[in-house]
Design a protein around this ligand. Structure first.
Ligand code: NAD
Length: 296
């Protein structure tokens, strides 16, 4: 039996995921708090409803900005806890606070529903092409139940543990991505100051042990060509870093480099602004290579 799916949150990620699942043959309905997001997706052929009109579905796939929004949708308005049919599965693809996810998962399971955290990598492009990377936190039976949907959305799925574990590893991943943007920009700036073209420097790094997804993807696709159109905002990355820092604090594990990265990303609220593409964090670092001596 094919799954019926309601996608809640039709932004950069959720809108593309909904269209991908519809194209794969699932019966998909989309919903978003904002009329503008609903009409944008309706214009692309997706059946959409207002939050108070959510249909009964096998799966509720959430793609929301923060855990506060996820909690609201599950516990308050429209309140999946009371509204979703027993046995249906709530899949949270947002980058969420793992502690909140674990608490919500308990409540969801106690209400006779199933829980899976499935945060994603690959951006809007990965969502639109069904080539996301997914980290899965939940039990094997729940994953088995929604596997056809996960397969339609992702090129790679990694189960990392029970509820909340996917969100733990997603924060660890985004901490590294945020750090690599700073360190790679510094490395490229140093090489540029020493007379090496950024593209040549990147080619060298990518043939060596200093490479990362940032040097292999972000620099060529969004930074060196100044396109800055990845679809992931600085505000969302700042949110993820604060979540990682808070998780480390709650766990009582000192991580001074994580704190330094959080500080670097929060150093200037205007450059980049929360609404700017997250790759812009590299811009002022790269500019140091062309600044005059004594002006650095
Ligand atoms: P977005 O801001 O583009 O979309 C979020 C959508 O949720 C918006 O359309 C908003 O109107 C809607 N929304 C907010 N509150 C709602 C509610 N109570 N009910 C229904 N809809 C509501 O964000 P995005 O870039 O699509 O990211 C979504 C999540 O995925 C975030 O947690 C983000 O950290 C994560 N993520 C994003 C990317 C990316 O490249 N954009 C990559 C990986 C993970």
């Amino acid at each position: 039996m094919s799954l019926t799916i309601t996608v809640i949150g039709l932004g950069q990620m959720g809108g593309n995921m909904a269209l991908t699942l519809k194209a794969a043959g699932f019966a998909v309905t989309g919903s978003d708090l904002f009329e503008q997001a609903r009409s944008r997706l309706a214009a692309q052929g997706l059946p959409v409803v207002a939050p108070e009109e959510l249909p009964a579905s096998d799966v509720y796939l959430l793609s929301l900005p923060t855990s506060a929004h996820v909690r609201e949708v599950i516990e308050q308005s429209p309140g999946l806890l009371s509204l979703a049919p027993k046995g249906s599965v709530i899949v949270d693809t947002s980058t969420s606070d793992p502690q909140v996810s674990r608490e919500l998962a308990e409540n969801v399971i106690a209400a006779g529903l199933q829980w899976l955290d499935a945060p994603v990598s690959g951006g809007p492009k990965g969502a639109a092409s069904g080539k996301l990377g997914m980290l899965l936190g939940g039990d094997e039976r729940t994953i088995e139940r929604v596997l056809p949907m996960l397969e339609a959305m992702s090129a790679k799925r990694t189960r990392v543990g029970g509820p909340g574990s996917g969100h733990v590893v997603k924060l660890a991943n985004n901490y590294l991505c945020a750090a690599h943007l700073l360190t790679t920009a510094e490395a490229v700036a140093m090489a540029a100051k020493a007379g090496v073209e950024p593209a040549a420097c990147l080619a060298g790094l990518n043939s060596g042990s200093g490479r990362s997804a940032v040097s292999e993807v972000n620099f060529p696709e969004w930074i060196l060509n100044e396109r800055f159109d990845s679809g992931f905002t600085t505000g969302l990355m700042r949110k993820d870093l604060r979540l990682a820092r808070d998780a480390a604090e709650q766990l009582g594990i000192p991580l001074p480099l994580l704190q330094a990265v959080v500080d670097a990303w929060h150093g200037n609220a205007d450059h980049p602004a929360d609404s700017d593409d997250f790759n812009h964090i590299a811009t002022p670092i790269l500019a140091r290579a062309t600044q005059a001596e004594g002006n650095q």
